[in-house]
Design a protein around this ligand. Sequence first.
Ligand SMILES: [Fe+2]
Length: 308
Amino acid sequence: MTVLERTRLDIRPLSVFTGAEIHGVDLREPLDDETTAEIRAALLRWKVIFFRDQHINHAQHLAFARRFGKPTAAHPYDGHPPEGYPQIRTISSKSTTGRRGDRWHTDVTGVINPPAGSILRAGQVPPYGGDTLFTNLAAAYAHLSTPLRTLVDGLWARHQFGGYNGDLDNATVYAQKVRSNPNAADHAVVRVHPETGERVLFVNPGFTRRINDVAESESRHLLNLLFEEISRPEYQVRFRWAPGSLAFWDNRASAHQGPGDFAYLDTERVLYRITLEGDVPVGIDGRPSRLIAGQPFTAFDTPAGAPQ
Ligand SMILES: [Fe+2]
């Protein structure tokens, strides 16, 4: 092999709309520009991409993330970063905050600029159980009926921590942190993806509290309908974790859910997540999201991105 030859990535789609496994790259090594561009194109096409048997450490995880954007602080409220890596969020099935990610959600849409992407790496994973489901929000929008698309095109929604069910209306430490420093934003129900130009059904039960400017009962019915659409099985892919697994999703065009079955296992599941700074979403009419409370969730090396 000459130095000019290279192996093209082996991209294996996992379903019609969502998810592809990428083979033929070693994430312990720095990525060249061409490989980075191929991975980015696959991410935009499949909304979530998966790597297998990549036994990388925190520093390599961070180096990979930096090829695709600016890592944020671990989380606006409960990052639990490993020592020396304030950009990495530790997600443990034994977390005492009682949060398991077991509702469909897009990461951190309660801020004005939700992350552009998330990169989740296996730490300690059980031999079975604790899978993650992903869905494609562009496909969900594209296959709505024309009258329903016309309706949702003009809607806006309030996103906040606690989401549709008000999960944080309780006395946990996490809920108290959220209440004392709230983040909330209004996003268009249909956002235009900044790179692909696709229209995306940008609602999720994890963060979307209500549809604005309609009656509470109307909001409830509309959101239940839209949540059903985004979680249709035909848009989903289910990822089984193994040592060395890495999942990278386009957080502007996807939602995900941990079914939470690992809560019934004795073994702990530990994942490590890096989120990439996102831009402020824009609706079909070009209007940007509105900040209701809190701060932008920015790159860690800027003052506003410091952990809270
Ligand atoms: Fe998540």
